[in-house]
Design a protein around this ligand. Structure first.
Ligand code: G1P
Ligand code: ZN
Length: 543
């Protein structure tokens, strides 16, 4: 085995964002870009000599070649063992699980999640720590620091590994174990949930449509839902992963999963609909004629988790990201358990999960998960829903109506203004930040500002402080608007405006969310002067 030491210089823009490093695929393919970043991950975590890693990705364009480079670099840097999914494929939650059950020193996940894939689309890479979760800021800061001082990287001069072949291979002394990407994950799901009850549900004629959006969950969903649980063949659609996700946008929301929405709103709709994203960690939940917002789904799952064997003793606590609606807080209050509010990004749940403070957590961006792994998990959410429906034998819309009657309804929506020039977005943001102290008491249309603050988080487990995590404007009566700039985009800036209002009047629980939120939307536009700064009067995407 020949080891080459290649001289290089730092490349700008290798700062990990909300979830690892995401760039245009072509940028990742530029000379030394991937190599610099991989070497910086290795250097940032104190080297990989003698270490073991899980490696896999969502199968998007460049996944296969990037993995070959990573394998050669790991070997050259002295790694002992790499566990890699067959054909380089692993869903993000499956990768998290493999890190945990094999006790590896972490893993590298190749994905840009719900961003499109292809030569002109997006690529990404992130390092997960030995707990199976995305590296916390302390680690990503070290990785970033390494990218700014890098002088050389190491790589072997060896042929590609045949990743279609299950079993053991090697590069010099480094062992490479190619494993079935689905098997261990499927076994975990069977431990968590009441599979016999779900089988009985399907046997009774219950119909599901699971849209894998041409992405990684296709093989997982086909194996678990159709082969093991007995959903009718063809229940999983768009089930074959493709490097460009069928030229689609693998983001499970009503805009990009419109095919699913149309099917679920049709007169002959199945009983349950779901979709997952590029790397399998997100979920979208629908019933016949109803879309369930991620915030409501989180609340409902928390309220009924005890239906599943894994959670039958109850929940330790729950956590949600700050922009996620407070619906789950109301459930926690009734259950008498703690509810945490964290910054956006799954990495902030890691400490709470590790410390046994929470069992279930979630984000408004279609991410839900639990202690079973340290990533959000799309199929897990689908299976927990199915377990709950198998136990209660109620429809999704009846479950939601009951939930709102019991707890009130947190009307919720997110408005995204995409691809704004960064300077304009930054100007809007800094002006609003400066204006926060003066907003209290001012009225905007029907609403008066009760409080305006910038969110900061003190991690209750390790005491770390995260500043500048979003601007919150709360109105008298409890409605609120939150503004953040996205940390996962690859072009320009995306302004996210999150809107929420609690309704407890039984007569007002079934409105159109955009109508129920109209006053908050108007007030937020007036306060942030969105049109003045961005030239946009309305959002590009509403979820
Ligand atoms: C987005 C979501 C956030 C999620 C992240 C990674 O980040 O909003 O909840 O954790 O993707 O999947 P953002 O682009 O808002 O920074
Ligand atoms: Zn994802």
């Amino acid at each position: 085995m020949t080891i080459l030491t290649i001289e290089t210089t730092p490349i700008e823009g290798q700062k990990p964002g909300t979830s690892g490093l995401r760039k245009k695929t072509k940028v990742f393919m530029e000379k030394n870009f991937l190599e610099n970043y991989v070497q910086s991950i290795f250097d940032g975590i104190g080297g990989v000599e003698g270490k073991s890693l899980v490696v896999g990705g969502d199968g998007r364009y460049f996944n296969d070649s990037a993995i070959q480079i990573i394998l050669r670099m790991a070997a050259a840097n002295g790694a002992a063992l790499i566990i890699v999914g067959q054909n380089g494929l692993l869903s993000t939650p499956a990768a998290s699980h493999l890190i945990r059950i094999n006790g590896t020193d972490g893993g590298l996940i190749l994905s840009a999640s719900h961003n499109p894939g292809g030569p002109d689309a997006d690529f990404g890479l992130k390092y997960n720590t030995p707990n199976g979760g995305p590296a916390a800021e302390g680690v990503t800061d070290k990785i970033f620091a390494a990218t700014t001082t890098i002088k050389e990287y190491k790589i072997t001069h060896t042929p590609d590994i045949d990743l279609s072949k299950l079993g053991n291979q090697a590069i010099g002394p480094m062992k490479i174990k190619v494993i079935d990407p689905v098997a261990d994950y499927a076994a975990l799901m069977e431990e968590l949930f009441d599979f016999p009850a779900i089988k009985t549900l399907f046997a009774s004629g219950f119909r599901i449509r699971f849209d894998a959006m041409h992405a990684i969950t296709g093989p997982y969903a086909t194996e678990i839902l159709e082969k093991t649980l007995g959903a009718a063949p063809g229940s999983v659609v768009n089930a074959v992963p493709s490097p460009t996700f069928g030229n689609g946008h693998p983001d499970p929301n009503p805009i990009w999963a419109k095919e699913l929405v149309d099917a679920m709103m049709a007169p002959d709709a199945p009983d349950f609909g779901a979709a997952s994203d590029g790397d399998g960690d997100r979920n979208m939940i629908m019933g016949r004629g109803i879309y369930v917002t991620p915030s409501d789904s989180l609340a409902l799952l928390a309220a009924h988790a005890r239906c599943a064997p894994a959670y039958e003793d109850g929940l330790l606590g729950v956590a949600r990201s700050m922009p996620t609606s407070a619906a789950v807080d109301r459930v926690a209050e009734r259950l008498g358990i703690e509810a945490f509010e964290t910054p956006t990004g799954w990495k902030f749940f890691g400490n709470l999960l590790d410390a046994g403070r929470v069992t279930i957590c979630g984000e408004e961006s279609a991410g839900t998960g639990s202690t079973h792994v340290r990533e959000k998990d799309g199929l897990w959410a689908v299976l927990l829903w199915l377990n709950i429906l198998a136990t209660t034998r109620k429809s999704v819309s009846d479950m939601m109506a009951q939930h709102w009657a019991d707890y009130g309804r947190n009307y919720y929506s997110r408005h995204d203004f995409e691809d704004i020039e960064s300077e304009k977005a930054n100007a809007l943001f800094s002006t609003l930040r400066d204006n926060l102290p003066s907003l209290k008491g001012q009225s905007f249309g029907a609403l008066t500002v009760a409080e305006a603050t910038e969110f900061a988080y003190d991690d209750p487990v390790d005491g770390s402080h995260s500043a500048a995590q979003g601007l919150i404007i709360t109105f008298n009566g409890g409605a609120r608007a939150v503004l953040r700039l996205s940390g996962t985009g690859t072009v320009g800036a995306t302004l996210r405006l999150y809107l929420e209002a609690l309704e407890t009047d039984p007569a007002l629980l079934h409105q159109d969310p955009q109508e129920a939120l109209a006053d908050v939307i108007d007030a937020a536009h007036a306060i942030a002067r969105i049109e003045e700064f961005t030239g946009r009067s309305g959002p590009d995407v509403i979820t």
